[in-house]
Design a protein around this ligand. Structure first.
Ligand SMILES: [Zn+2]
Length: 495
């Protein structure tokens, strides 16, 4: 099944996908939500545990104020209404990685509700509803693979037990896998700006489930939905949604009905599988957590957090367009993460060449980083070093072509542009006399082409420019070359 076929686009004219996302985001606190254990990732298994996060009898939870602050930042940035009073509840289920036999979460009275995330979809701005944002604790982790006796045993690491999460639930306002992808991207960018999470999907600090249904276009009621889990990368989210939407349409087209169920995305098989619905019948027997008081948020606390919010992505984008004369597309890309936006602003300020800086960052620099599967925080070329290169290009000391080679070298060796130029004797030749000498040699070596030009075939000029560039190994200033050629060749006129 493939969504790109002509047949499926016809089907899409009839059916409308309806998607809502449930996103779990790990908060960047130093300690867990109800105890003082560290939240550090990658520590030896079961080294960050205590009676509270092990759920030993008699241990009492104490709420981490920093976790609440971070959750409030997220909720306010998502334009939510903050409930002055919310409550924690016990969500009861049995699973080996859940030592207490229940998860402390928020249910009937969440921290925040009724927000919205603004998005640009197909050039039009649209608002996607946020149903709720609530706080909860993470469970531990079962390890089924990677041990010599993994065929007969599973292991459990409880370092993650009690790590603070926020769950963000969207309204079913998304209508294609691409929109869902964009929503999650936006949400991640926003959280990075707020500094409340690193949103690292590989380490599990951003996890996403999707509720998916389809209905005939124009229908008022929603179709039966399935919940798709195990979407632990942005690409899987898109693929799993595409598969699930097509699967549902096929069932309906074949006269069948959709079963409300939980389905798992299998990235190896590239398909979703239904889980036995009885096993996952949701009956969590929520009841208020008796060991925690209701969470009260005062107006003054809320307002002080609102005032502390950083410049958010859409505002930064607008400012950068205004301040640096960037296009919409460039500004969008450059504000994709706060680290990238900071990097750009540093290069632009140091070089005084905003547009050129943007071109080099979004072009060669990103290309090389992507090649190494790195992001801007891992770049071996500092903002100051790139600014130097950009200035050299802007002044005409080196050509764009040389700039590319030098940047490659800067990437490989970590050296500055000026060092590399000095070592390799690289300097753009702009001196008219020096260029003139090479131009005369090239004309002498190519009399036929020179004659063609003189007879009016002006296109030959760029071929001759190419020959001069070749002879100087790309170091000649192309503009000076062109002028020198015209001067030496004389007028071009039809015979
Ligand atoms: Zn603990």
């Amino acid at each position: 099944m493939s969504i790109s076929t002509a047949a499926s686009s016809a089907v899409f004219a009839v059916y409308e996908p309806v998607i809502g996302l449930e996103v779990h985001i790990q908060l960047l606190t130093q300690s867990k939500i109800f105890c003082a254990c560290s939240t550090r990732f990658g520590d030896p298994p079961n080294s960050n545990i205590c009676p509270v996060c092990l759920g030993l009898p008699g241990a009492l939870p104490v709420l981490n104020r920093e976790a609440v602050t971070m959750a409030l930042k997220a909720a306010l940035a998502l334009n939510c209404r903050i409930n002055p009073r919310s409550r924690f509840a016990r969500k009861n289920y049995f699973y080996p990685d859940l030592p207490k036999g229940y998860q402390i979460s928020q249910y009937g009275e969440p921290l925040a509700e009724q927000g919205a995330l603004e998005m640009d979809i197909g050039g039009a701005s649209r608002s996607v509803g946020i149903t709720r944002v609530h706080l909860e604790e993470d469970a531990g982790k079962s390890l089924h693979e990677g041990f010599p006796d993994s065929d007969e045993k599973s292991y459990i690491d409880l370092n993650r037990s009690g790590v603070p999460l926020i769950e963000i639930v969207s309204e079913p306002d998304l209508h294609s896998p691409d929109e869902a992808y964009q929503f999650l991207t936006r949400l991640k960018t926003l959280m990075l700006y707020l500094g409340v999470s690193d949103c690292n999907m590989e380490e599990g600090s951003l996890r996403c489930d999707a509720n998916v249904s389809v209905r005939r276009r124009g229908a008022a009621s929603l179709g039966t939905k399935t919940e798709v889990k195990n979407l632990n990368s942005f690409r899987f989210l898109q693929k799993a949604l595409t598969f699930e939407i097509e699967r549902q349409i096929e069932v309906l087209e074949g006269g069948g009905t959709i079963q409300q169920e939980t389905r798992l995305w299998d990235s190896r098989e590239q398909r979703t599988y239904g889980m036995r619905s009885k096993e996952f019948a949701h009956d969590y027997r929520y009841f208020p957590e008796p060991d925690l008081l209701p969470l009260l948020i005062s107006e003054s606390w809320k307002e002080s957090i609102r005032r502390s919010l950083p410049e958010l992505p859409h505002l930064r984008k607008a400012r950068m367009m205004r301040e640096y004369g960037l296009g919409e597309q460039e500004a969008s890309q450059l504000t994709g993460s706060p680290a990238l936006a900071d990097y750009f602003e540093e290069v632009a300020k140091a070089s005084g060449e905003a547009r050129l800086s943007a071109n080099w960052i979004l072009g060669d620099l990103m290309f090389r980083l992507n090649e190494r599967r790195q992001d801007i925080t891992q770049t071996p070329v500092s903002a100051v070093a790139l600014a130097e290169l950009v200035s050299l290009i802007a002044e005409g000391t080196i050509s764009g072509k040389m700039g590319k080679d030098i940047l490659a070298e800067m990437f490989a060796s970590g050296q500055r542009a000026s060092q590399i130029m000095a070592e390799k004797g690289l300097q753009q030749i702009s001196d008219a006399e020096e260029v003139g000498r090479v131009v005369r040699q090239v004309i002498a070596a190519n009399p036929k082409q020179a004659e063609q030009y003189r007879r009016g075939k002006t296109a030959t000029l760029s071929w001759l420019v190419g020959q001069v560039m070749k002879a100087t190994r790309g170091r000649a200033n192309p503009q000076v070359v062109q002028e020198a050629l015209k001067k030496e060749l004389g007028p071009s006129a039809p015979a």
